[in-house]
Design a protein around this ligand. Structure first.
Ligand SMILES: [Zn+2]
Length: 482
C-alpha cells in the first residue's frame, strides 16, 4: 500500500541532521519511505491530511519494561525515606520466599499494555530490558498484536537481590539463572529475531551491572557478537549499585564495565546517572565520562524516573559535551517519550543552572537518531528515503497550548504523548485519533486496572515490613467514610 502524508510541518532528514519542511509531504511505499519533500503529485492508495500538524520520525524509547506500573507507584514516597532502597529495590527485591510468579495471563496483559502504551505515546521502537517472566511464545504473539517495533530477549543475571525480615538487601548467587539465563536469551533470539516482518529484534539483556558477575558479562559480549545483536544493561541507576560495585571491584561502575569489555558502540546503558562525582556519591568523577565517550556506548537517559526519586543526571549537557552518545527512555510510567524530552531538557538546565542549556535539538536527537544509533539502525529515527516508514503525527494547535513558532522547540517545551494523533509503523497506521487500530483501548485499560488493583490489594504479603500500598505511599487526601 502507498500512503502520502500531506500538508504538515515535516521533520525531514538532510542526510546529516533533522530539517524542517513546511507544508511537506512524506511518500510511503510498503514499509519504507520513498520520498520526503514538497512534491504531492504522486497517485497513492491513501492520503493522510496533516495540515497544521507536526510530522515526526517515530521516536525511539530506550527503556520500556513490558509490565504494568505496579511497582512504579511505590517509588516516590518510599525513596524519600530510604535512599538505599530506592529505584527497583523498592519492589524488585522482595522478601525471599514470598514472591509468587504471576499467572501467564496476567503477565501477558502487562506486556501488552506497556508495549501498546509506549507506542500510543509516539515510540514506534522500544527497547524492552525485561518485564513479566516466562511465556516467551506469548511475548512474540503480543509484539505481533500491538504493532510496534521491539528489541527484546529475556533478561538474565547471576545474582538475585532479596530483602530480609529487617529490610536489608542481600545478593544471592543463582547458578540456575546466569549462564542458563543467557542460553534462554540466545535461543530466543535465534528463534524469533526478525519475526513480524522484522518488528521483533533481538537484544541481549544482562540485567544489572551489579547482578551479573564479570565472566557472565564477557560471555554476553561474545554471544551478542556471534548473534550480531546489541546489548542493554542497567548501570548507574542508584546508590546501592554504586556502593556494591565499589565494594566488590574497588572501582566505579563505568570503569568496572569497561574492564569487562561490555562497553561498545552497540551497548546501551540504562540510566548511568549515578557515577563518581555525582552529588550523592562521595567519590570523584575521574574519567568516567571519557571512558563512556571513547567506548561509543549509548546512555539510555530516563530523567523522569530519577526526578521521581529526587535526583538527576549531572547533567545531560555535560555528558553530551564530553562526547557521550545519548538516547532517551521512560522506564517509569507514563511511557511518554514526548514528555520525557521536556524532563530531559528542564532537569539538565536546573542541574547546570543554565537557562539556555539542553537545547531542544539535542534532546530531540536523543529521542530519535540517538536511540536508532544505539540499536545500530540507520533506517530508524529519521524521515528519509529508504528509511522505515515509522511516522508520528502530533497536533500542538489546540487551546491546550499557545501559538507555536518553532515546531521542535514547542514540542520539547510543551508537548506530551497526548498530542500524538497518528502512529505509523512500517507503513501501517497502528494508532489513529489516539487509539489503536488493532486493539480495544478501553478493554485493555480495564484489564490493566483490575490487574494492578489485585497486586496492590495484596501488597502487604510481599513487603518486608508487611506494609500496605497506602502505608508506603499515603493517599493525597483522606477518603470520606459514608
Ligand atoms: Zn529499567
Amino acid at each position: 500500500m502507498n500512503i502520502r502524508i500531506d500538508g504538515g510541518t515535516v521533520v525531514g532528514w538532510s542526510g546529516t541532521s533533522h530539517e524542517i519542511i513546511p507544508n511537506g509531504s512524506v511518500l510511503i511505499d510498503g514499509d519504507t519511505i520513498k520520498a520526503v519533500g514538497t512534491d504531492n503529485s504522486q497517485s497513492v492508495d491513501k492520503v493522510i491530511n496533516a495540515a497544521g500538524k507536526i510530522v515526526c520520525p517515530g521516536f525511539i524509547n530506550l527503556h520500556v519494561h513490558s509490565q504494568l506500573n505496579i511497582g512504579d507507584y511505590l517509588l516516590s514516597d518510599v525513596t524519600k525515606k530510604d535512599y538505599l532502597a530506592a529505584n527497583w529495590f523498592v519492589f524488585g527485591a522482595p522478601l525471599k520466599g514470598k514472591v509468587e510468579t504471576p499467572p501467564a495471563p496476567v503477565v501477558a496483559m502487562g506486556r501488552k499494555y506497556a508495549l501498546y502504551s509506549a507506542l500510543r505515546n509516539g515510540a514506534t521502537t522500544v527497547l524492552d530490558p525485561g518485564g513479566g517472566p516466562g511465556a516467551l511464545d506469548d511475548y512474540v504473539a503480543i509484539v505481533g498484536q500491538t504493532g510496534g517495533r521491539v528489541f527484546f530477549s529475556p533478561p538474565f543475571r547471576s545474582h538475585d537481590i532479596f530483602t530480609d525480615a529487617q529490610g536489608r538487601h542481600f545478593y544471592e548467587e543463582r547458578a540456575d539463572k546466569g549462564r542458563p539465563g543467557l542460553k534462554v536469551a540466545v535461543d530466543f533470539i535465534k528463534k524469533f529475531h526478525g519475526a513480524h516482518n522484522g518488528r521483533l529484534q533481538g537484544i541481549l539483556n544482562p540485567a544489572q551491572a551489579e547482578t551479573c558477575e564479570p565472566s557472565l558479562l564477557k560471555e554476553s559480549v561474545a554471544a551478542a557478537k556471534e548473534l550480531d545483536v546489541p546489548i542493554h544493561i542497567h548501570a548507574g541507576g542508584n546508590l546501592r549499585e554504586f556502593l556494591q560495585i565499589l565494594n566488590t571491584y574497588r572501582k566505579p561502575v563505568a570503569e568496572y564495565l569497561a574492564d569487562t569489555g561490555i562497553l561498545g558502540p552497540r551497548t546501551t546503558l540504562g540510566h548511568m546517572a549515578v557515577t563518581g562525582g555525582h552529588s550523592r556519591v562521595d567519590y570523584p568523577r575521574g574519567d568516567e565520562l571519557k571512558i563512556l565517550a571513547e567506548s561509543g556506548a549509548t546512555v539510555g537517559h530516563c530523567p523522569h524516573k530519577c526526578a521521581k526519586m529526587a535526583f538527576a543526571m549531572e547533567s545531560f549537557d555535560q555528558y553530551l559535551e564530553a562526547g557521550v552518545r545519548m538516547g532517551l527512555g521512560t522506564d517509569t510510567y507514563p511511557l511518554d517519550i514526548v514528555s520525557e524530552m521536556r524532563y530531559a531538557s528542564l532537569i539538565s538546565r536546573l542541574v547546570d543552572k543554565n537557562a539556555s542549556g539542553a537545547r531542544p535539538a539535542n534532546i530531540f536527537n536523543a529521542a530519535t537518531i540517538g536511540g536508532a544509533d544505539a540499536l545500530g539502525r540507520k533506517d530508524l529515527g529519521r524521515l528519509a528515503a529508504g528509511a522505515k516508514a515509522d511516522v508520528v503525527i502530533l497536533n500542538l494547535r489546540t487551546t491546550r497550548y499557545g501559538p507555536v513558532r518553532d515546531p521542535i522547540n514547542a514540542l520539547v517545551e510543551y508537548g506530551s504523548g497526548a498530542d500524538v494523533e497518528t502512529v505509523i509503523v512500517g507503513g501501517e497506521v497502528v494508532v489513529q485519533n489516539g487509539r489503536s487500530t488493532r486493539l480495544n483501548d478501553d478493554e485493555l485499560f480495564a484489564q490493566a486496572e483490575a490487574g494492578a488493583n489485585r497486586a496492590w490489594d495484596n501488597w502487604a504479603g510481599r513487603d518486608w515490613n508487611g506494609r500496605t500500598v497506602e502505608q508506603i505511599n499515603p493517599p493525597a487526601f483522606p477518603t470520606r467514610k459514608n
